[in-house]
Design a binder for this molecule. Structure first.
Ligand SMILES: Cc1cc2nc3c(=O)[nH]c(=O)nc-3n(C[C@H](O)[C@H](O)[C@H](O)COP(=O)(O)O)c2cc1C
Length: 210
């Protein structure tokens, strides 16, 4: 097992090469890996929309930028979040220039009052495929970031791409590009498992609350 792929794959924003093309074949190979993810009752609810067209990417980029700004407003970031916010803003300013955007969708739409079990089954059946896709991209030298900021404009993006809004939920938008030379990311900062794990009970699992 490639442990480094699992521990080293992280959000890439400033490290995305906006000028080097990414081939359809590279993306298709990664999508072939993504679909091996688990899902409830093996429903395989994932659907992918690969966006290459410059006009579509620019329009989605604009919705993303507005969604990102709305997300930030009224929030006071912790000091350790400032670097991520800077790179987040960079991505928001350049999303439309990234060689490919992959919009991950899931068949169905949860009612607002869906019980926890249904929510877990719905989202738990799609995010493993998103992470599989990110790992596959990274294994092939491509960078990506899981993003959701455009979802404030999910309906507008659905119209733009011909996605039936009432029947299909968008869950993540991945900007995809080759990694800039020398931008193999430093390992992600994570709280050690020992600090967030209780054995035979909750005690010890409190971790460091943000
Ligand atoms: C559910 C979810 C939503 C996210 N949405 C965004 C987003 O809209 N924009 C963004 O730049 N990053 C987004 N991220 C990426 C996180 O900021 C990133 O995974 C986290 O900061 C860890 O980064 P690292 O792996 O580089 O340490 C999202 C991640 C998750 C899991």
């Amino acid at each position: 097992m490639n442990v480094e792929l699992l521990t080293g794959t992280r959000a890439v924003r400033k490290g995305l090469d906006l000028t080097r093309p990414v081939s359809d074949a590279e993306l298709a190979a990664c999508l072939d890996i993504a679909v091996h993810a688990p899902s409830g009752s093996n429903r395989q609810p994932w659907r992918f929309v690969v966006v290459r067209d410059g006009g579509l990417k620019a329009a989605i980029g604009e919705y993303y930028r507005k969604g990102f700004a709305a997300n930030l407003s009224g929030r006071t970031p912790r000091p350790d979040q400032l670097a991520d916010l800077g790179s987040g803003q960079y991505l928001a300013d350049h999303l439309g220039e990234v060689p490919a955007l992959i919009l991950v969708c899931s068949l169905g739409r949860l009612p607002a009052d869906a019980p926890p079990l249904r929510q877990a089954s719905f989202y738990g059946s799609i995010y493993p495929a998103v992470w599989n896709l990110q790992l596959a991209l990274r294994a092939k030298g491509l960078g990506s970031t899981m993003t959701t900021a455009h979802l404030a404009y999910e309906r507008e993006v659905a119209e733009l791409l011909g996605i039936p809004f009432d029947e299909v939920s968008q869950v993540a938008l991945l900007p995809v590009a080759h990694l800039l030379p020398g931008r193999a990311a430093a390992p992600p900062r994570r709280t050690p498992a020992a600090e967030v794990t209780g054995w035979d009970g909750w005690v010890g699992a409190e971790g460091v609350r943000g």
